[in-house]
Design a protein around this ligand. Structure first.
Ligand code: IPM
Ligand code: MG
Length: 353
């Protein structure tokens, strides 16, 4: 029997609730599939751990994490720790330390869900987010702190290597989809150095993929296109910050932030990849048992796909779709369902498939 070793990092807030639900569903899936097993190990890294020990990731933690086949992540962020500290303490060291440069964010209106778009939301997109550099490079600093002349810089870093590998990844992915269409998102009209390199490298990589149709759109303009002409988009490749913003818009247009999944991939598999819902820790609903677990389940399906369990991934997606189509969903989708009831519904759907 194939065994996949998975590190579970529930983290903060509703992360703990949805990851527990995700593990329950994935274990049920492994049981009904019968050809593989999942060995989860729980790592308690999060903001409570940070308050107790002064660090999110213990000494030697990344080396330990490296031995796993994948990472199943919940959320990080807590009211009593500044967001930039928690983010740079836990999530970014994993994304950057494990060179998870391809962040994949599918957006689709699942059966039973309603897009706020008047035309019903003909949405079937994959946003590819550059995940290691750009506006999140961490390059910059502050001088003359607290003085009237204080200065802060936040430098975006674009490298030829970084742009080339993410554009190539995006073309590869686009070439495997029926529409075979890729949109380059940029802001090279205003940002005349990094973003111009970003575009130039894209045009060069495009030559290797004659079967993929592509176009180029400025990031501000692409938001209107997402709302007004959703069908004209298929795969989008965007910088770290641009894709961060666009993926929230995409999730809202697809019906709810609660269902949106993401994969932080190291495509070369030199390091484990990380799978997480994009919603974050959502303090307003912590402990109420109403967090939507669908984004975590969908992320679990992406994890299985990455681990080579394509049949199981498809089975899980089908169970998710049957549940969103028929079960009472959580309040973010206007229902009265709970994390537990939606989890049960997906497990039932898995068994009856
Ligand atoms: C995301 C999130 C994070 C990001 C936050 C939690 C810092 O919004 O994954 O999209 O901006 O990268
Ligand atoms: Mg975001």
């Amino acid at each position: 029997m194939r065994t996949h070793r998975i590190a579970a990092i529930p983290g903060d807030g509703i992360g703990t609730e949805v990851v527990a639900a995700g593990i329950e569903v994935l274990q049920e899936l492994a049981r009904v599939d019968g050809t593989f097993e999942l060995a989860f190990e729980h790592l308690p890294w999060g903001s409570r751990y940070y308050r107790e020990r002064g660090t999110y990731i213990p000494e030697g933690g990344l080396e330990r994490l490296r031995a796993f086949d994948a990472i199943y992540f919940g959320a990080v962020g807590s009211l009593d720790v500044p967001d930039h500290v928690s983010l740079w303490g836990l999530r970014l060291p994993i994304c950057q330390g494990f060179d998870q440069y391809a962040n994949v964010r599918p957006a689709r209106v699942l059966p039973g869900l309603k897009s706020p778009l008047v035309n019903g939301g003909d949405i079937d997109w994959v946003i590819i987010r550059e995940n290691t550099e750009g506006e999140y490079s961490g390059s910059g600093g502050r001088v003359h702190r607290g003085l009237p002349d204080e200065v802060a810089t936040e430098t975006s870093v674009f490298t030829r290597r970084g742009a080339e590998r993410i554009h190539r990844f995006a073309f590869e992915l686009a070439s495997r989809r029926p529409a075979k269409h890729l949109t380059l998102v940029t802001k090279s009209n205003a940002q005349r150095h990094g973003m111009v390199l970003w575009d130039e490298v894209f045009f060069a990589v495009a030559n290797d993929y004659p079967d993929v149709r592509w176009d180029r759109e400025l990031v501000d303009a692409v938001t209107t296109r997402m709302v007004l002409k959703p069908k004209s988009l298929d795969v989008l490749v965007a910088s770290n910050l641009h894709a961060d913003i666009l993926s929230d818009l995409a999730a809202a247009l697809a019906g709810s932030l609660g269902v949106a999944p993401t994969a932080n991939l190291n495509p070369e598999r030199a390091f484990p990849s990380m799978f997480e819902p994009i919603h974050g820790s959502a303090f307003d609903i912590v402990g109420k048992g109403i967090a939507n677990p669908i984004g975590t389940f969908w992320s679990g399906a992406m994890m299985l796909e990455h681990l080579g369990e394509s049949a199981a991934a498809a089975r899980l997606l089908a169970a998710i779709e049957r549940t969103t189509a028929s079960a009472d969903m959580t309040p973010d989708l206007g229902g009265k369902g709970t994390t537990a009831s939606v989890t049960r519904a997906v497990c039932d759907a898995l068994r009856s498939a």
